[in-house]
Design a protein around this ligand. Structure first.
Ligand code: C2O
Length: 553
């Protein structure tokens, strides 16, 4: 076990994309941000100093944070933000995870530019359970706005309308040649040798879009998702939601007709109020020492070397892709699926409307404001104290209540016409769980404003995806089909558009854990809630006290 020290200076930097320059928030002036590299079992210590004029927090997305909830990072959930001129040291150990995760800002929309990879290598001397790659590299998807993203979300929240869509998708911060001629030089290039295996560490850090990704004339082998090994399978196209990560192997051809191939990504979206647009980010896979290569011919035949991607609303592709994901479930890497359940929950997730305040004109549906909710509660984030502090110090009064509504199943038919009253209510409500509760949670898309897929992310845990389906969840029939043997284990799952997904997890990590849609617009509208997991009785089952430098509100 080793301790890995990092220094993150939050500072502004000028960055030019799509022929326009803007000042963005960065770590150490880098965009995308620096990578964190650790081995399974290592301690990671990141000293974050905020030199910018925004309040900031950093979240280590997917890191389990066993008994280190103070280092998790979502603003006002586990900590107050780091204010200008202040520092906070995030200190955590990586336990039982290997693969790729990422870090990002977790306040407002600052994660639009503040993100970077977390690379977790296997323990020293422990090989990968797949072909040793010749080389490894992160491939991070993002979104780029020419305008200031903080202005975009604050305007959207004020008017109640949907936020402007991004101007480009990016790979490793670069939009590629398919947008405008001036973005050609901002193209991600992956130079490869023939006949080798490359490990691509895919990360979807995009703000609002699930993405399809494909490399022309090549398929990849999926070996890991969300830092958990999976049974390998080959795929010509990958579906990756915001908050999801995946390690894939790319085997380069021994001989090749061409030297360059496009790799492209564009949104998968099935929302009536979706953020779908048809622009495509492209990077280039380039073989070294091409035997014969004419860039003129390449430019002329661009369409030949572009992969074909599914259409933007291809829900059946989405269902079949997620259905292929299975835990490795071997003696060395067992799938510890809870076989019994202590508490069953049914949560509806979806978009809805909230009334327009008297002093405002709202531009949302029927003059109302867009809102999003879990069980019809649009989560109101506290501002004076973080939930975790309130919980730890027993000062919950005025911060949160534990009366999160727990529905009986089927308040209404989610595939038919929704009931008239679909206005959401606001609240800071949590579900409290005794230590070691075995939880089964069914997440149902409400389809109130049209069916839409929601990548739900749970902090502090991995969960097992035991079942999924389209239409209404049927508690009399569906549980019989659950996979309790080798379901995929992950931290972010797409609740299918107009469908449901069932997950299980063991609440063995004391603290306050955020759960939310990783589409930032939906998060801003309130599609979020929190679990309060109580301490267990043993000293090793308790959350330690907060570090002395925990920021104050
Ligand atoms: Cu990627 Cu609440 O996180």
């Amino acid at each position: 076990q080793q301790t890995r020290h990092y220094k993150f200076n939050i500072q502004m930097a000028n960055v030019t994309r799509l022929c326009s320059t803007k000042s963005i928030l960065t770590v150490n002036g880098q965009f995308p941000g620096p990578k964190i590299v650790a081995r399974e079992g290592d301690r990671v210590v990141v000293n974050v100093t905020n030199h910018a004029q925004y309040n900031v927090t950093i979240h280590w997305h997917g890191v389990r944070q066993l008994r280190s909830g103070w280092a998790d990072g979502p603003a006002y959930v586990t900590q107050c933000p780091i204010q200008t001129g202040q520092s906070y040291i995030y200190n955590f150990t990586i336990i039982g995870q290997r693969g790729t995760l990422f870090w990002h800002a977790h306040i407002s929309w600052l994660r639009a530019t503040l993100y970077g990879p977390i690379i977790i290598l296997p323990k020293l001397g422990l090989p990968y359970p797949f072909t040793k790659p010749y080389k490894e590299l992160p491939v991070i998807f993002g979104e780029w706005w020419k305008a200031d993203t903080e202005a975009i979300i604050s305007q959207a929240l004020q008017t109640g309308a949907g936020p402007n869509v991004s101007d480009a998708y990016t790979i490793n911060g670069l939009p590629g040649p398919l947008y405008t001629s001036c973005s050609t030089k901002d193209t991600f290039k992956l130079k490869v040798k023939p006949g080798k295996t490359y490990l691509l560490r895919l990360i979807n850090a995009a703000v609002n879009d699930e993405l399809f990704f494909s490399i022309a004339n090549h398929s990849v082998t999926v070996v890991d998702v969300d830092a958990v090994y999976v049974k390998p399978f080959d795929a010509a196209t990958i579906l990756i939601s915001p908050g999801q990560t995946s390690n894939v192997l790319l085997r380069t051809k021994r001989s090749y007709p061409m030297a360059m191939f496009f790799m492209t990504a564009r949104p998968y979206s099935n929302g009536a109020v979706g953020t779908y647009d048809n622009s495509t980010v492209a990077g280039i896979l380039e073989y070294e020492n091409p035997k014969s290569f004419s860039s003129a011919a390449f430019n002329k035949n661009l369409s030949l070397y572009k992969p074909s991607l599914p259409v933007f609303n291809d829900t059946s592709f989405a269902a079949s892709f997620s259905g292929k994901l299975r835990s490795l479930a071997t003696a060395q890497f067992p799938a510890k699926v809870p076989q019994t359940v202590d508490r069953r929950f049914f949560f509806t997730v979806g978009l809805g409307m909230s009334p327009c305040p008297a002093n405002q004109t709202c531009q949302g549906p029927n003059g109302s404001k867009f809102a999003a909710s879990v069980n019809n509660i649009s989560f109101a984030t506290p501002t004076t104290m973080a939930l975790l502090q309130a919980h730890y110090f027993g000062k919950t009064k005025g911060v949160y209540t534990t009366d999160f509504p727990v529905y009986p199943l089927m308040p209404f038919n989610y595939t038919g016409t929704p009931p008239n009253n679909t206005l959401v209510s606001n609240g800071t409500k949590v579900v409290a769980l005794p230590f070691n509760t075995s939880v089964e949670l069914v997440l149902q898309d409400t389809s109130i404003l049209g069916a839409e897929s929601h990548p739900l992310h749970l902090h502090g845990y991995n969960f097992f995806v035991v079942g999924q389906g389209s239409g209404n969840y049927d508690p009399t029939k569906d549980p019989a089909k659950f996979n309790l043997v080798d379901p995929v284990e992950r931290n972010t799952v797409g609740v299918p558009a107009g469908g449901w997904v069932a997950i299980r997890f063991l609440a063995d990590n004391p603290g306050v854990w955020f759960m939310h849609c990783h589409i930032e617009a939906h998060l801003s509208w309130g599609l979020k809630m929190a679990w309060v997991v109580q301490d267990g009785s043993l000293p090793t089952q308790k959350l330690p006290p907060p570090p002395s430098d925990l920021p104050k509100c």
